[in-house]
Design a protein around this ligand. Structure first.
Ligand code: BG6
Length: 507
């Protein structure tokens, strides 16, 4: 059962509804949302009684909006389109031009949604996707409330999906939560994190709790430390203006990286019901030790890329990218050491790193187990034993691999590290996906498990606020401090070296 008591359909189309997209003329709509809706339709999961209403400031009409989507769909589709199915989606797509602050535009929107209810028998159910700059979140929710678009009456539901970034720091996240909760009940709010749409991220819970052999060793008695890497080879691309204000810490850590931390570290929930899972995730964040300014200086590393290379091509430094200040102090790399103060994890550091323009694109979680005692091997040619490592690969390769030592065949005792590999695509084949399908579908069926709760987000910002404070009080003096195409600044290596460890070099 989902939160609102609705039974979770098993591969059934979601119930009738209208989807309203704010920021419909923007990138996210054509790159991800529309292709994801098409994929849902192709998988027979989109309701037959369904309509899309796009709302944005750009001067488009329904006709020109449809044409724009149609002209661009081939660049973003994840599999060849069935023209009939695609047409049936376009025909149910409408556009309202308006200002997000204009109550009259919201009245027009209301009329359009009510008309769609009549024409497509969508029964007054609706969800609103806020694919807009974060500065508009509160205003749009307020306008939706004033226009009477989010009331849930007579069994009709109304939900709002809010994109990241959710706040800029702890105070602004609290303020945003307070603003939207004046209008919406928490059960109507779906704070999206697209990392939770990734199959391998969803698989972490199944892997941990659906198998009996891993959970007994998933703790400080067996695990030495955990490394989480989310590395990108690209730079900031065309997003300099946004990134200058955000930086790597805000852009990736309170959302994507903390999702990976909580799923790796959480206790087993009693069910997959939204609040059972999210409660266990929240407990992980509450167990992370707060940082003093000294901890920040010691355990949190920041970096910014200078000129270097992407593969064989030369790459610009961050400060030379469009819309970036020539003396920018924005970090494009962070590495953090976190300590979880609970029974399962006390003494097991979690090392996190993320950055732009790193050696390659890779997101992975490496669980490193403790070394075995060496005594048995003292009088053999073996110099050292490699600890076992479980690698959860999230992208670009999706899979799980376990490495262990094995005797190299031959008359002398020599040890090699070998791997047992599970490759998602090879085993299951890979379904075409934008990563948004499951999240949109879950919102339509009222399952908030893969969305973030207000308190979890605030807990995440609370952990990072001391870092933001110290970093803004002490501007970096050595930026740029890593070359594009490298694995980050030397301080990141030193962070682990101090503990007698090193970062795993991604394969
Ligand atoms: C986004 C960030 O949320 O996630 C981007 O704003 C980042 O800066 C992206 O590139 C990474 O997502 P993915 O799915 O490519 O790992």
């Amino acid at each position: 059962m989902s939160k609102n008591g609705q039974s979770k359909p098993n591969n059934q189309p979601a119930g009738p509804c209208v989807m309203v997209i704010f920021g419909a003329s923007g990138d996210l709509t054509r790159r991800k949302l529309i292709p994801a809706l098409y994929n849902l339709a192709a998988a027979n999961l989109l309701p037959s009684r369904f309509a899309i209403v796009g709302f944005a400031f750009d001067p488009l009409t329904t006709e020109s909006f449809r044409k724009q989507l149609n002209d661009e769909v081939q660049s973003f589709e994840t599999a060849a389109l069935d023209p009939k199915l695609w047409q049936s989606i376009l025909e149910r797509t409408f556009y309202i031009q308006g200002d997000f602050k204009d109550p009259a535009a919201f009245q027009q929107l209301k009329e359009k949604v009510e008309q769609a209810d009549l024409d497509y028998h969508t029964e007054g159910n609706r969800f609103f996707y806020l694919a807009v700059a974060p500065g508009f979140f509160s205003e749009i929710v307020k306008q939706l409330g004033q226009a009477g678009l989010v009331q849930q009456q007579n069994g009709h539901w109304s939900r709002v999906i809010i994109e990241k970034p959710f706040g800029h720091d702890l105070d602004s996240a609290r303020q945003l939560n307070a603003d939207i909760k004046k209008v919406l009940d928490e059960s109507q709010i779906y704070r999206i994190d697209h990392y939770l749409g990734k199959e391998t991220v969803q698989n972490i819970m199944v892997f941990r709790f659906g198998n009996s052999i891993f959970e007994p060793i998933w703790n400080r008695s067996f695990i030495d430390h955990v490394q989480i890497t989310a590395a990108e080879s690209v730079g900031v691309e065309h997003r300099g203006a946004y990134y200058e204000r955000a930086g790597a810490l805000r852009d990736m850590v309170p959302n994507h990286l903390f999702q990976l931390v909580t799923l790796t570290a959480m206790e087993p929930p009693v069910s997959f019901e939204a609040d059972a899972v999210r409660q266990k995730q929240a407990e992980v964040l509450h167990a992370i030790q707060p940082s003093s300014p000294e901890d920040v200086l010691q355990n949190m590393v920041r970096g910014q890329y200078g000129a270097g290379a992407e593969g064989t091509q030369p790459a610009l430094g961050y400060r030379a990218e469009p819309n970036v200040a020539p003396d920018s102090a924005t970090e494009t790399f962070v590495a953090l050491k976190l300590s979880l103060d609970n029974w399962r994890w006390a003494g097991v550091p979690f090392y996190l790193r993320t950055g732009k323009r790193l050696g390659k694109r890779v997101t992975e979680i490496a669980i490193q187990f403790r070394r075995t005692p060496f005594v048995l091997f003292r009088n053999t040619p073996i110099k050292e034993l490699q600890p076992n490592r479980l690698l959860i690969q999230i992208q670009p390769n999706e899979g799980i691999s376990l490495s262990f030592g094995a005797k190299v065949p031959g008359p002398v005792m020599n040890l090699g590290v070998v791997k047992m590999d599970f490759d998602y695509a090879r085993y299951f084949g890979s379904a075409p996906s934008t990563g948004y399908e499951r999240l949109l579908y879950d919102c339509m069926i009222g399952d908030a498990t893969l969305f973030q709760r207000a308190d979890t987000l605030e807990a995440a910002w609370k952990i990072l606020q001391p870092v933001l404070d110290v970093w803004s009080a002490l501007p970096p003096r050595n930026f740029p401090n890593y070359a594009a195409g490298s694995w980050g600044p030397p301080e990141a290596e030193a962070l682990l070296a101090r503990d007698g460890r090193e970062w795993r070099e991604p394969d």
